[in-house]
Design a protein around this ligand. Structure first.
Ligand code: C2E
Ligand code: CA
Ligand code: CA
Length: 659
């Protein structure tokens, strides 16, 4: 067993250089630094010995051999010197170390043989010098070769063995003693060298591990940076990166007294792409859109993806209104080109908004203006580009002021209701009224619900307005003949909030009498959270109320919603009514919707009838319940009596005419 260990120890000692590339390279570099020292010491020590023996030994030994050995040493030093700064491969380093092991062995034998051959010529002093020279030079060489274990070992053995035999055999007690000294020192040295060699290997491997950890850490940092700043779908900078770029671009523009433009590009109705064609196709469209924008941008323009289907640009350099408008139109044109998908081409439009920076602008204020221009484009020029102008600035000021006034308004006093009749053409009578909110502000006067309702939705006051309108509607309902119902509009916020619904239920419940109020909801409200919408509607149905789906045909118009929700009626949007006399497609859609409602057993109300022609067309298509200026404009509740009385007298006249 111990033999085995010794054998393995010796084998390990000689398997040098080891097959670890980093260690081999480290050994090669360390040795390279010591090689000149090694040969310089070897040559000078040898020349001194040659010189002291010059007069006593033959010239072959004191001149020729030392010269040959010196030349060999100089050549070897030259070779190492030439390679010292080269970045060599681990393989080449390994070969070079192997050569060094064999060269060291050969030289050790050569120098040992030369020194011992000089021994017989000298006197006792010179012989002692030989012994000293051999011992000390071997130790020196082994020291210089310490990073290459096998080379140091070979040198030690190749000198020590002949040296010990030679001096032990001399019979001279002093030389035998020197031989023993030499053996002891070299053995000690070998042990130290072997340990040192292991420490060196451990050092290199730990340095290596540290370096590898550093590389890995850097890779993780790069990856983190990429994830934090790039959008993973399109590879474009993300919002965070956009914000940083914009802040930097503004600082830079400030320094050169220039301007920066921000553009936003938003697809119109992108949600339906995901719904109809699936998320994967939606993603492909976005990737292609990103590619198109990228291909159009100037080198110094930054393009980013802000969120699902909205992109943003930072345009540097001179930016005037005409330039921004051109940029915007080019982008919108590019988005209008069909997107070729495996399932077929998809046609889309995108609206863009641009704004240029003004002195003192922050990234936030500039972005807000571009954002406003985009929403203005969506409202007023869908699929086109809008550049932020003074008109928009005054609009914003007006809206802010209005928001402030709405916020500080005494809504209970300032909100009042109007009602608009819903007429059943088959019965020839009004069957109900839609309740419409109005705001009379002491400062602004009458404000249209088209303005203050979306504002109240934004500022979180809508539920309060709903309750005020509902309270007035409940009070009014109590005074009306039982055949008439009132329908109150609910906002998406009401449907989406369990608290708001609870408050509505409590309000209706507190009124006591049987509920004569119905509710109108929009598809957008339902879309947000179908489950919550369903629960809200069930709670309202529990009150005896009925539910109408408002503005049908303008939103997503999903049949699934119509079938899944507990609806009593659908209100067909005014846009279809407007075109029913002129557009055959609208007629066909109206017909389909009438049939659909009949099949589902729900009623269908047409909104916004203004002319006899529209009425006739709708009636011929099967329409029954009508609402619009032709029958009555929204009126004050106090005018209802007069309206109903007029209707009754008309009915009497008609009955009389018929009979
Ligand atoms: P809506 O629910 O679609 O209401 C119908 C709108 O069309 C009303 O506008 C009505 O005055 C108008 N209208 C009715 N007949 C005709 C017609 O023949 N021709 C034309 N051109 N228009 C007609 P209004 O009162 O300005 O309300 C606008 C929108 O404001 C409503 O649209 C509704 O979405 C919202 N709104 C009104 N009151 C309330 C409310 O109390 N709560 C909530 N959440 N929204 C309300
Ligand atoms: Ca309505
Ligand atoms: Ca409507």
């Amino acid at each position: 067993m111990s033999n085995m260990l010794v054998f393995r120890y010796i084998r390990d000692a000689f398997t040098d250089p080891p097959d670890i590339p980093e260690l081999t390279l480290a050994q090669w570099r360390a040795l390279g630094r010591q090689v000149p020292l090694l040969y310089a010491m070897l040559v000078s020590n040898s020349l001194i010995v040659a010189w002291t023996h010059f007069s006593v030994a033959p010239i072959e030994l004191t001149l020729y051999v030392p010269v040959i050995l010196t030349v060999l040493c100089v050549v070897r030093t030259g070779m190492w010197w030439r390679n010292r700064d080269l970045a060599i491969s681990a393989d080449k380093a390994r070969r070079s170390l192997m050569t060094m092991i064999w060269v060291s062995t050969a030289m050790a034998i050569g120098f040992a043989a030369w020194s011992l051959s000089l021994f017989p010529y000298g006197d006792a002093y010179q012989q002692s010098q030989i012994a000293f020279y051999m011992g000390i030079t071997t130790i020196g060489c082994m020291f210089c070769l310490m990073h290459v274990r096998a080379a140091a070992l070979m040198v030690g053995i190749c000198v020590l063995v002949p040296f010990t035999i030679f001096f032990a055999a001399s019979g001279q007690a002093t030389f035998v003693a020197i031989a023993i000294n030499m053996v002891m020192v070299i053995v000690a040295l070998l042990i130290i060298l072997l340990n040192n060699n292991n420490d060196f290997a451990a050092l290199v491997s730990s340095r290596n591990a540290v370096a590898q950890r550093q590389v890995e850490t850097q890779r993780l940092l790069d990856e983190n940076h990429r994830l934090a700043n790039l959008d993973s779908l399109t590879g474009l900078p993300n919002r965070r990166s956009f914000d940083r770029h914009l802040a930097a671009a503004l600082r830079e523009a400030d320094l050169r007294n220039g301007a920066v433009a921000v553009g936003r590009l938003d697809f119109d109705g992108f949600k339906s792409v995901n719904q109809i064609f699936g998320q994967l196709t939606g993603d492909r469209v976005l990737i292609e859109a990103a590619r198109r924008i990228e291909s159009l941008r100037r080198p110094d323009t930054v393009v980013a993806r802000l969120d699902s289907n909205s992109f943003a640009l930072i345009v540097q350099g001179p930016v005037d209104d005409a330039f921004m408008a051109r940029c915007g139109e080019t982008l919108c044109d590019a988005m209008r080109q069909p997107f070729d998908m495996p399932s077929g081409p998809i046609r889309l439009s995108a609206s863009a908004g641009f704004a240029a920076s003004r002195p003192g602008d922050s990234a936030h204020s500039l972005y807000d203006r571009a954002d406003y221009a985009t929403s203005a484009a969506k409202r007023e020029a869908r699929g086109r580009a809008v550049v932020f102008s003074e008109r928009h600035a005054s609009e914003i000021t007006r809206v802010r002021r209005m928001e402030h006034l709405l916020h500080t308004a005494r809504l209970e006093d300032e909100i009042y209701i109007l009602v608009q009749p819903q007429f059943d053409v088959t019965l020839g009578a009004t069957t109900g009224f839609e309740v419409l909110a109005r705001w009379r502000s002491p400062v602004l006067g009458e404000v249209s619900p088209g303005e203050f309702i979306p504002m109240a939705e934004r500022t979180g006051q809508i539920s309060k307005i709903t309750r005020i309108v509902l309270r007035q509607a409940l009070a009014l309902g109590a005074l009306l003949p039982p055949r008439l119902r009132l329908s109150v509009n609910l906002s998406a916020h009401d449907i989406g909030s369990p608290t708001a619904i609870e408050q509505i239920v409590a309000l209706v419940g507190s009124h006591g009498k049987s509920c004569r109020v119905d509710f109108e909801i929009t598809e957008t409200a339902v879309m947000r959270d179908l489950d919550q919408a369903n629960q809200s509607l069930l709670a309202l149905l529990g009150l005896g109320a009925r539910i109408a789906l408002d503005d049908f045909g303008t939103g997503h118009s999903s049949l699934t919603h119509v079938q899944k929700l507990p609806l009593h009626r659908i209100k067909i949007d005014r846009s279809f009514v407007m075109e029913v006399t002129s557009d055959p497609a609208s007629r066909a859609i109206v017909k389909t919707m009438v049939d659909l409602c009949r099949n589902l057993g729900i009623s269908c109300v047409f909104e916004g009838i203004e002319t006899e022609e529209q009425l006739e067309a709708l009636v011929s298509l099967g329409g029954r319940i009508m609402q619009g200026y032709l029958f009555g404009r929204p009126m004050l509740p106090e005018d209802m009596d007069e309206y109903l009385a007029r209707e009754a007298s008309l009915q009497r006249l008609e009955t009389r005419a018929v009979s």
